[in-house]
Design a binder for this molecule. Structure first.
Ligand SMILES: [Zn+2]
Length: 459
């Protein structure tokens, strides 16, 4: 990636520290890269630092659909930084500070380029605060509309894969997870739901606004952060001692009738299959008009237009293990998310009086032609959510593996994969390695034919 060195003064500075011992080398500060090299989204993420926590404060004004926001990001440098980037294409910036001191900044497409007053030494903690104000707009690309999505009475957020930058500045790569706190202010007749647990609410202020606080205490990729603001019917319960918080827009009451109870049931069933649930609360949010599909926002999926059926809930909750806790390091490996979540639907049907996973597999295997045209393990950016190549053939890959290694290895493999990569990220190669280790089989040509070739694999 070639980036212009506009902030040349701080761009590449060698400082000889007079206070250091005579033998000390001069410290060279260099710019952090504008992306982390994702094959599908090369500008996502940024080089030179690792985020630990996002503190997001938003005040939502329904008139004009505006936000006044301050994002405070706590991070650790992994190189000496003269400047660094955040991913942000949201509303107009009012100020940027680094460690409390005013910093230089400029916007370059989806990049926010920040030049602190002083270089940041490798291995040190720093805090960057960005204040901004305006009406967030969703991002659109070949995968659809994403990010901050307006509704009649507020907004909800579904950012996969590239929409986080529409509403807060972040290191927007699935590979950099962090904890989040949300303090969202809205007129008191509106309800605010976010990821994690509701950890407090202030009294109504003089303008008729109430601030609600939510915290996601386990590491989360920026694209999985969500806030929903609007009129909601909220249900609260527990699953395995954890809070189960679901909410639906009153206009989606029919579609959401089973959301609360079935969420509890599905999480319990999946915990039996996949091992301990990775977060400290569960739930779901039904909002919007269905023009955007559901998303596995961490701990609390969003169902646009309400969940279409219970299998959609099974799918989004399976992602809590496969996609959220065990994240992809590169979007190219998206089948690790969608293939496993789709296979969870097949397993649910198999164990609840529906067709067996084998019958579902066989029905799809009979298909010919375009169904096999893309590579499941590298479908291309525009096709990363292709129903046939990624969801169905991803699940077929999982099922074919189950047939090859047997249930006695396959089901422990699911749990081991979830446990070993809990709250981390992984690649297809990591999965192949683990499957080979647990099965004692060489699976290279098997995965090659299912993931990296077009055409129908032999079974
Ligand atoms: Zn999915």
């Amino acid at each position: 990636m070639v980036r212009k060195l506009a902030a040349l003064a701080a761009g590449l500075v060698a400082i000889a520290s007079s206070a250091a011992p005579a033998a000390a080398e001069p410290i060279t500060f260099v710019p952090g890269s504008a992306g982390v090299g994702d094959p599908y989204y090369p500008l996502q993420g940024n080089g030179g630092y690792d985020v630990g926590h996002y503190d997001l404060r938003l005040r939502f004004d329904p008139d004009g659909h505006r936000v006044d926001a301050t994002a405070t990001i706590t991070a650790t440098t992994v190189q000496n930084l003269s400047r660094f980037n955040l991913d942000f294409s949201g509303p107009a910036i009012k100020s940027v500070t680094v460690n409390g001191a005013r910093a230089g900044y400029r916007r370059d497409g989806q990049e926010l380029v920040i030049t602190p007053a002083k270089g940041l030494k490798a291995g040190g903690a720093f805090t960057v605060t960005v204040s901004y104000s305006g009406a967030p707009e969703a991002v659109s690309d070949a995968t659809g509309r994403q990010g901050w999505l307006k509704t009649d009475d507020g907004a909800f957020v579904a950012s996969q894969p590239d929409g986080a930058r529409s509403w807060f500045p972040s290191n927007d790569t699935p590979a950099d997870k962090a904890t989040f706190s949300f303090r969202v202010s809205a007129p008191e007749d509106l309800t605010v739901i976010a990821n994690g647990e509701r950890t407090g609410a202030d009294g109504v202020d003089g303008d008729g606004y109430r601030t609600t606080r939510w915290d996601m205490r386990q590491p989360m990729a920026p694209y999985l952060a969500t806030v929903a603001i609007g009129h909601f019917v909220v249900s609260q319960g527990t699953v395995d001692g954890m809070p189960n918080v679901t909410a639906y827009d009153p206009s989606l009451a029919d579609e959401s009738a089973h959301l609360h109870d079935f969420t509890a049931k599905a999480v319990a069933w999946e915990t039996g299959l996949f091992g301990p649930y990775p977060f400290s609360s569960v739930g779901g949010i039904a909002d919007g008009n269905g023009s955007v599909t559901a998303l596995e926002t961490q701990g609390r999926p969003v169902y646009s237009g309400g969940p279409t059926d219970n299998l959609e809930i099974v799918h989004e909750l399976a992602h809590q293990w496969f996609g959220d806790s065990v994240g992809v390091r590169n979007w190219r490996d998206i089948w690790l998310n969608e293939g496993f979540a789709t296979y969870a639907e097949w397993l649910y049907r198999e164990q609840h009086g529906g067709p067996s996973a084998q019958e579902i597999f066989d029905r799809h295997y009979r298909k010919d032609g375009a169904f096999w045209n893309l590579k499941t393990g590298d479908p291309g950016q525009a096709h990363m959510f292709d129903e046939n190549a990624v969801y169905i053939r991803g699940a077929m890959t999982v099922h074919a593996l189950r047939m090859k290694i047997g249930d006695g290895v396959f089901f422990p493999l699911l749990k081991t994969w979830a446990q070993e990569n809990r709250h981390g990220t992984a690649t297809t190669a990591d999965f192949v390695t683990l499957a080979e280790k647990l099965s004692g089989k060489n699976l290279g040509s098997f995965f090659q034919s299912w993931l990296y070739q077009t055409g129908k694999p032999r079974v």
